[in-house]
Design a protein around this ligand. Structure first.
Ligand SMILES: O=P(O)(O)OC[C@H]1O[C@H](OP(=O)(O)OP(=O)(O)O)[C@H](O)[C@@H]1O
Ligand SMILES: O=c1[nH]c(=O)c2nc[nH]c2[nH]1
Ligand SMILES: [Mg+2]
Length: 159
């Protein structure tokens, strides 16, 4: 298991929605955009929120898998993008950039697109055109789709 991450940064659905809307506000000053490429799977939820706010209905996916849980591997491109040329006028959305590896792969596919994420860590920051919240490199962002409420023992029982 990775020892790169020293702490978790849990994000609730409400926080994610608020931050994705803030991203849409910022992007609304830069558009209009012809369409969105969502980087699966993490980019799907932010892309849906941005698409709703910017009234974009043309949405494609770039399917890239780089991590197995917290362990990083080589990026695997499961599906590229056709019909967006070099990406001019297109928006690429992902949930976050960490090392920037995934962003680099997708930027190579669509070098003229605008790349936007909700969260950015310092190593990935230079790869993103627009983001909302920066967190430190040793932090693991814990998204609401990766957690479920579980029973917590009363404190008395844990002593
Ligand atoms: O900047 P990097 O170091 O490349 O890390 C960021 C990428 O890692 C995660 O995807 P992951 O590979 O876990 O796939 P998923 O979106 O399907 O969960 C995240 O959604 C980003 O796409
Ligand atoms: O859910 C996630 N949180 C992270 O901090 C992260 N970094 C790379 N991939 C990630 N996935
Ligand atoms: Mg991803």
């Amino acid at each position: 298991m990775s020892d790169t991450y020293r702490m978790d940064f849990p994000v609730s659905w409400d926080e994610l929605h608020r931050n994705a809307r803030a991203l849409a506000w910022r992007l609304s000053e830069l558009g209009p955009f012809e369409g969105i490429v969502a980087i699966t799977r993490g980019g799907l939820v932010p892309a849906a929120i941005v698409a709703r706010e910017l009234e974009i209905r043309l949405i494609d996916t770039a399917c890239v898998a780089t991590y197995d849980k917290k362990d990083m591997g080589d990026p695997s491109i499961l599906k590229g993008v056709e019909g967006a040329g070099e990406g001019e006028g297109w928006l690429i959305i992902d949930d976050l950039v960490d090392t920037g590896t995934t962003a680099r792969v997708v930027r190579n596919m669509l070098p003229k697109a605008h790349f936007a994420t909700v969260y950015a860590k310092p190593a990935g920051r230079p790869l993103v055109d627009t983001f909302i919240t920066e967190v430190s490199q040793d932090t693991w962002i814990l998204f609401p789709w990766d957690v479920a409420p579980v029973y917590a023992k009363p404190i008395k029982e844990m002593r």
